[in-house]
Design a protein around this ligand. Structure first.
Ligand code: PMP
Length: 444
């Protein structure tokens, strides 16, 4: 591994200047910008293999970004690459149904039993947006309740108090969203049932759904407190509202299945009591190609066209390349021991980072769930969005830059998680911990 300062990134810098001339902000997703970590050129990547990617100047990085989640097998996994090539050879799009879609729907339903019916779309944003439409169609109500700091994609309704990229850039309530639409969203703090009850008491009659990341991935990794999901589901049901789980990050992240059946939820979780009505999926299920999916109870999904009056469509939806990549990815994740290994490496990384920070007197809270973790520069626990905001942004920016110099790529935001892949090794983790210790030494 490279040690000490890395080589020049002059090609990234000149490409960034060029990109700025043609692409708004130089990036095709704002979370890729370095605005929150001191500005300047983001690193332009050229290729990836396994746990590493190489930039345009030839520098190698250990990748903890994993493309914001999908790349759980690492870059260019041979089974995924082969599946995509095979699909491409037979034509990339027909505009007709295919057998592959049935196979994949079967796989998803087997892993996430709350989904009687599935529909494929092209992104997490689309999946979430449609679950809201379906919930409104089913209940005849308009409002939704969401939790502060949870990010659910960039559709109008859910860009209110959104974590992730919007919070990083200081625009959790996006411009361009009519006040009339913002009025249809009620935001309450995560892990706070009293606030949810209060919101339901006030607006309940018009609440179509309560939407939540059952385990949060967008203001760091945050576990629901014991009883939170049970209480949320019970309160929604008493009120005649649906429960929507946004599992775009969490599905297939911690085990072969979704958060709603994950045995790492707080001890004593009543799984029957936390089953959602609708689930939104994305990221990992596409193996690195564009995808989203949503599904849920038969009678609710029957609202969707052509069966029902709620319209949702897609020229690219269910395309053979994305579906093939998704099938290959999930097949690889079925190998025995995959998640136990992610958990073990995650534990080593967590322990190493915590010890290194302690040694240099840096206040650091690490939240970890299996192979996903978040680093918060603070001395308090992080269980909600307010606590995640109340952390040292300057320190995070410094840490991010020092780690980049060490050849380690994190997301350029204090709210984003680190994601391990099946390609990371113990040596990668050990090097990362050493690098972090050097970074902390420069910061104290
Ligand atoms: N929901 C969650 C929980 C997410 O983390 C994201 C993306 N980070 C989305 C929805 C939106 O997905 P996409 O970027 O594929 O539209």
């Amino acid at each position: 591994h490279p040690s000490g300062l890395s080589k020049s990134r002059s090609r990234s810098e000149s490409l960034y200047k060029e990109a700025l001339e043609h692409i708004v902000g130089g990036v095709n997703s704002p979370s890729r910008s370095f605005k929150a970590v001191g500005g300047g050129a983001p690193v332009f990547m050229k290729r990836g293999k396994g746990a590493y990617f190489w930039d345009e100047d030839g520098n190698r990085y250990i990748d903890y970004l994993a493309a914001y989640g999908p790349i759980i097998l690492g870059h260019a996994h041979p089974l995924v690459t082969e599946a995509i090539c095979r699909a491409a050879e037979n034509g990339t799009l027909y505009g007709t149904p295919t057998e592959l879609e049935i196979e994949f729907a079967r796989m998803l339903k087997a892993a996430i039993p709350s989904m009687d019916k599935v529909r494929f779309v092209n992104s997490g944003t689309e999946a979430v947006m449609t679950t809201i439409r379906v919930a409104r169609a089913y209940t005849g109500r308009n409002k939704i309740i969401k939790f502060a700091g949870c990010y659910h994609g960039h559709s109008d309704l859910v860009l209110v108090a959104a974590g992730s990229g919007p919070s990083t850039l200081g625009i959790p309530d996006s411009a361009g969203i009519p006040v009339s639409i913002a009025h249809e969203v009620i935001t309450v703090p995560y892990n706070n049932l009293a606030a949810l009850d209060e919101a339901l008491a006030r607006w309940g009659e018009d609440v179509a759904a309560v939407m939540v990341e059952p385990i949060v991935g967008n203001f760091g990794m945050v576990m629901p407190k014991p009883g939170f999901l049970e209480g949320l589901c019970a309160a929604a049901r008493r009120n005649g509202s649906l429960v929507i789980y946004d599992e775009v990050i969490t599905a297939f992240r911690f085990h072969y299945g979704s958060a709603q059946t994950f045995d790492g939820l707080p001890a004593g979780t009543d799984f029957a009591a936390i089953e959602p009505d609708l689930t939104a999926l994305g990221k990992i299920i596409g193996g690195g190609l564009p995808i989203g999916a949503y599904g849920g109870r038969q009678e609710i999904m029957s609202q969707v066209a052509p069966l029902g009056p709620a319209y949702q469509a897609g020229t690219m939806a269910g395309n053979p390349a994305s579906i093939s990549a998704g099938i290959a990815c999930l097949q690889a994740l079925q190998e025995p021991g995959v998640y136990a290994r992610l958990d073990k490496l995650g534990a080593e990384l967590e322990a190493g980072l915590t010890a290194a920070a302690g040694k240099h007197g840096i206040a650091l809270t690490v939240n970890r769930i299996c192979g996903a973790l978040s680093t918060h520069f603070c001395s308090h626990p992080v269980t909600d969005y307010e606590q995640a905001q109340d952390t040292d942004s300057e320190r995070f920016a410094q840490f991010f830059r020092y780690m980049l110099e060490e050849g380690i790529c994190l997301a350029p935001s204090k709210f984003e998680a680190w994601f391990l892949t099946t390609a990371h090794t113990q040596a990668d983790i050990a090097y990362t911990v050493e690098a972090a210790e050097r970074a902390f030494a420069r910061m104290d």
